[in-house]
Design a protein around this ligand. Structure first.
Ligand code: SF4
Length: 371
């Protein structure tokens, strides 16, 4: 996005957060961290879904000691989430984590912070300061009526940043999460106009899959549209795979990242002449593993479908017992209703091969036909 605010760059494993680097999609495991096999399994599934950074909680030393083994078995940067306990942080760093989420003001004094900061400096790993509207310092809550929640969240961030800067530590990522969308937008906006630390964006405790996805899309999308944000995490009460999928859809909708095939479908209306809902879902399933920058349209009628989908690389529009396949507006094939799905998938395959995506063409899943 051309209006993207310039942030400093921090390293996280082999990746970088901030600057002109891609906005990364991250998630958090839901397993017990001491269950190494279960945690690794979930992370590997998340990797497949497009998760680029994974955070795990370490509520005790035992969990922290499991991190080294977990890291060995995964392929994306591992972030540890720690509250208050500097000894757990030190163990996690020793185990080789790529980033620590800890608030320096809550560790219990400068000496303890210094030990964590020095350990991070030695290993070259960043710290994320995670401001959450639900867990601000008591004295700041007292101020909130006067200044508004977003401003006191900013003040909280300032305090933690000051502690790190005093120790000459600048590899810091910051998040300012609120469950209220407007508060989150304002907090990130205020922060970005004062600091150049890279930002982890999210709307916290967004809600269930349906409502939470919408809330996250509106909140994260609004913040990103202001040019703010270097990594995103969708917090919905569902499988973390869904969180990653929603994150990618947000980035794809704003044109910020590309992953998979972009599928568009009309909302249907009185003109619709095919079972569009099923066809669109089948096409989406069949193309789930394909990663190529093409736009595929599934439209409900031949009257308006090809025209409305003129910007798609390939589309299908339903007619009475027949459907037409078109590239842009140009009809290339007429197909009987019963053959719609296999023929359309074949045509997508041809298109992918023509565009040089032979390997991706092989990933079309024809198993969906007849289901
Ligand atoms: Fe209705 Fe046809 Fe437009 Fe779909 S493409 S919404 S069926 S007019």
């Amino acid at each position: 996005m051309s209006n993207r605010r310039k942030t400093r760059v921090v390293n996280i494993g082999k990746l970088k957060i901030g600057g002109d680097n891609p906005i990364l999609v991250q998630s958090m495991t839901q397993t017990r961290t001491i269950d190494i096999a279960g945690t690794v399994k979930q992370i590997l599934e998340l990797e497949k879904a497009g998760c680029e950074i994974i955070r795990v909680t370490a509520p005790d030393i035992k969990s922290a000691t499991a991190l080294g083994e977990i890291k060995k078995q995964i392929h994306i940067p591992l972030v540890v989430d720690i509250h208050f306990q500097y000894l757990i942080a030190l163990e996690a760093i020793k185990q080789g984590v790529d980033k620590v989420r800890i608030n320096p003001g809550n560790i219990g004094g400068e000496e303890k912070v210094k030990m964590v900061v020095n350990a991070c400096k030695e290993r070259g790993i960043p710290i994320r300061i995670g401001i959450n509207m639900g867990s601000l310092e008591r004295d700041l809550y007292a101020e909130y009526g006067k200044y508004g929640l977003a401003r006191v969240m900013l003040e909280s961030a300032r305090r933690h940043i000051k502690i790190l800067e005093k120790l000459k530590f600048y590899d810091t990522v910051v998040s300012l999460k609120a469950s209220d969308v407007n508060t989150a937008i304002e907090a990130y906006d205020l922060f970005a106009s004062e600091y150049d630390y890279p930002l982890h964006i999210g709307v916290t405790e967004a809600g269930t899959k349906w409502a939470g996805s919408i809330k996250s899309a509106v909140g994260i999308g609004s913040i990103l549209s202001r040019g703010i944000g270097d990594t995103i995490r969708v917090s919905i009460a569902d499988d973390p795979i869904e969180q990653v999928k929603v994150g990618w859809e947000i980035l794809k909708s704003l044109g910020l990242r590309q992953r998979g095939v972009n599928i568009i479908a009309c909302p249907t209306c009185g003109r619709t002449e095919i079972n569009l809902k099923k066809l669109a879902a089948d096409v989406e399933s069949a193309l789930e593993k394909v990663d190529a920058p093409i736009k595929v349209a599934v439209m409900g009628c031949v009257v308006n479908g090809p025209g409305e989908a003129k910007f798609a690389d390939i589309g299908i529009s339903g007619g009475l017992k027949k459907a037409v396949i078109h590239r842009g507006e140009v009809v290339i094939r007429v197909v009987d209703e019963k053959d719609v799905l296999p023929v359309f998938l074949d045509e997508i395959k041809i298109l992918l091969i023509e565009k040089g995506f032979e390997k991706e063409a092989e990933k079309i899943d024809y198993e969906i036909i007849g289901k």
